[in-house]
Design a binder for this molecule. Structure first.
Ligand code: FAD
Length: 450
């Protein structure tokens, strides 16, 4: 099977060299013959770096497993194969008045990928993560056995698989509880803020009053505009559409330009225009769900505009008490390095806890920054951002990452060894090999020396 379809979204990580079909991988696992570290499930490659890659072995293409198996239109529980896309779940459930309780910023993710990364959305303060809404899942491991996992059956495996980044085996299918909504549309309000202090003054009350809240920062604005942005809040409209619109867009970037087309002057103008357009009126307006939840799905393959070297996303979360100091410090570090982030998103996480053993969201503020890959210079900046985050008691998101040091991962997820203990030996990712496995090896060497 060719490898070109098995990339990562940031494009800075090379695509998988080897991929195998799901049915072949399932047969191999059932026979008990899968070799150590030889496999990793691949959903739709919407992770940014090497957490969905396995250079040492092969990735397993889960997308052909795309059947919706059952839907209860009374309770909103849907059971589907792991390769079903969220866009398909939305289309299936919308006419019955249901919507996923948690959606990330793209609907082109698989059910298996959303579970394995325990993804979050604009309503984390109310609904927690995707994993909070998983009733059960079916997991195939290299011992050849299929495990039904829930909070009552095989609970340790259930907790390790949610947020387990594909390391506990192949999720074959899952049952999730959808949320009843009056319509798919969202009544959206856009509020301008002049600087970060003003955002922090608004954020908690915005969460309390709204199902959804997220802010966009114009990081390319200089001088007095520094830290300015827009706060988007929203709630499902009482009257509106009950049918999913055609997912995605007719617009696409057909070929990759040989250079980074998203250069700074272009983006500065774009950000200013976007800000102006969105904030012409602060009156609430009814928006279609695609534009509100998935604005970036509007142009297919927009990541190609970053050119052949791709880009890095850095997502951090810092505790509430440190946020007013740390978020400006992160933005300032980028500015000082002469690398303003092209797309900057800031959001408050709430305290709803996930059943997952390892999960990125935790109470506090999460900042997401996108940087074109300018080689060493960018890598140095990213290390700086890691350091600032960790010193503030925060964490860096592994499924957006392509380069963090093992120590950053350990500081972000001090419980990582509990996932390692339940990792299926046949499964490994590039991310795990360069972080957790290195920490493990260092520990073994230290123990041998004692
Ligand atoms: C434009 C954009 C916006 C985004 N916004 C958000 C956001 O708001 N919030 C957020 O949390 N994330 C966000 N993301 C990241 C994305 O939601 C996650 O990375 C998601 O998990 C990707 O799902 P995928 O199906 O593409 O899986 P992949 O990226 O292919 O894989 C993700 C992980 O899941 C594992 N996996 C996949 N399928 C299975 C399976 N069947 N069994 C076991 N393991 C499996 C893989 O091994 C890998 O570790 C965004 C990404 C993009 C491109």
């Amino acid at each position: 099977m060719g490898s070109e379809r098995f990339g990562s979204f940031g494009l800075a990580t090379p695509p998988a060299r080897r991929a195998i079909a799901a049915d072949k991988a399932i047969a191999l696992l059932k026979s008990g013959a899968a070799k150590p570290g030889s496999l990793l499930a691949y959903g739709n490659g919407s992770s940014y770096g090497d957490s969905c890659q396995n250079d040492a072995g092969a990735v397993v293409d889960m997308r052909p497993l795309d059947r919706i198996r059952a839907f209860n239109a009374e309770t909103g529980v849907i059971e589907a194969d792991a390769g079903v896309l969220l866009s398909d779940i939305i289309a299936h459930a919308a006419p019955y008045g249901f919507f996923p309780a948690v959606v990330p910023g793209t609907q082109f993710v698989t059910l298996g990928g959303a579970v394995a990364n325990d993804v979050h959305g604009k309503n984390h303060h109310r609904r927690g993560t995707f994993g909070c809404h998983v009733e059960s899942l079916i997991l195939l491991r290299s011992d050849g056995r299929t495990y039904r996992c829930s909070t009552t059956d095989n609970a340790p495996l259930f907790r390790a698989t949610i947020g387990g980044m594909g390391l506990t085996g192949l999720i074959l299918s899952a049952s999730i509880r959808l949320m009843r909504v009056p319509s798919l549309d969202v009544v959206e309000k856009v509020t301008r803020f002049r600087d970060l202090a003003e955002f922090f003054d608004l954020a908690e009350a915005a969460d309390q009053a709204n199902e959804y809240a997220v802010a966009w920062i114009d990081q390319l604005a200089g001088g007095h505009g520094r830290g300015r942005g827009l706060l988007f809040t929203g709630n499902h409209a009482e009257r509106g559409s009950h049918a999913a619109s055609r997912a995605g867009s007719r617009l696409s970037v057909p070929v990759q330009p040989p250079f980074n087309a998203l250069n700074r002057p272009f983006l500065a103008v774009f950000n200013a225009a976007y800000r102006w357009k969105k904030s012409r009126s602060s009156a609430p307006r009814q928006a279609g769900y695609q534009g509100f939840f998935f604005p970036l799905d509007g142009v297919r393959d927009w990541n190609r505009l970053y050119g052949p070297r791709g880009f890095f996303q850095h997502q951090s979360v810092v505790p509430e008490a440190a946020a007013r100091r740390t978020v400006p410090a992160l933005l300032e570090a980028a500015r000082q390095a002469g690398q303003g982030s092209f797309l900057t998103v800031l959001k408050r996480f709430g305290s709803v806890s996930s059943p997952a053993l390892l999960s990125f969201p935790r109470p506090g503020y999460t900042l997401t920054l996108d940087f074109p890959n300018r080689g060493e210079k960018t890598l140095r900046l990213l290390d700086d951002l890691d350091r600032i985050t960790v010193e503030a008691g925060g964490a860096v998101n592994p499924y957006k990452d392509a380069r963090m040091a093992p120590e950053t991962f350990a500081a972000s997820f001090p419980e990582w060894q509990r996932l390692e203990a339940l990792r299926d030996p046949a499964f490994l990712s590039g991310f795990w090999a360069r972080t957790a496995s290195k920490l493990d090896a260092a520990r073994d060497t230290a123990e041998a020396a004692e």
